[in-house]
Ligand binder design. Sequence first.
Ligand code: 13P
Length: 251
Amino acid sequence: MKKYIIGNWKTVLSPKQSEKLAIALGKKFKQKIKTGREVVICPSYLDIANVASIIKPTKINLGAQGFFSGNYQAITGSVSVLALKELGCKYVILGHSEARLAYKLDDMQINHQIRLAAEQGLIPILCIGEDQETRASNQKEMFIKNQLVKGLTNIRLRDNDKLIIAYEPIWAISPNGPAQLDEITRMHTLIRRLLLEILPANRLNKNVAIVYGGSVDANNIKEIMGSAAVDGVLIGKASTDFDSFSSIINY
Ligand code: 13P
């Protein structure tokens, strides 16, 4: 399986900064990304069209940070999955803890978005992860299971469909974190076991990747990617700086 390196730029960069970073990354990774690595950048909605045209001729893939579920409706102040598709988005982050909180998204709405994304041929990146309170309680496994079962209700993966699960414990997102490697490995192993109850085993092995997110940077990337349970990383802050994201891509 490929190792995924996914940059989530959130709303950190201005349009000019996004353009500058996309141009620099596009230049550096026009043809040469180490084999077996899939690099994705997810700019803010405002910057996605510009970044799409900059990275089109390069080895870097485009992702989005979400969309509004009612894709065929006219909704003021939102983004449709069809627009993302037209721009060449290959991936879309769904269920990020920040979006769950800000837009009051529940697992059922996220499930609906995953199905819409998959219908349009986008690869969903489903974010799950507990907060510190849940981590400290004995509810953690139940919490993660619930997010997976509800988020993946009625998801049928066909032969070439892909799905990425991002384990992003809320307590590990910068400026906190990262999680220790043994905890990451334990949680990824648990997620794989839980997924076996939801998806057929052959699909799980071939079509599903489990990536880690939370304070990944140029210093800890090698150690985190060294875990056999980790299929990649979802990176916030460290993906918004050229030097640090380039080092991560080349780890
Ligand atoms: P940081 O890498 O800044 O901790 O963010 C993680 C994240 O939320 C990526 O989606």
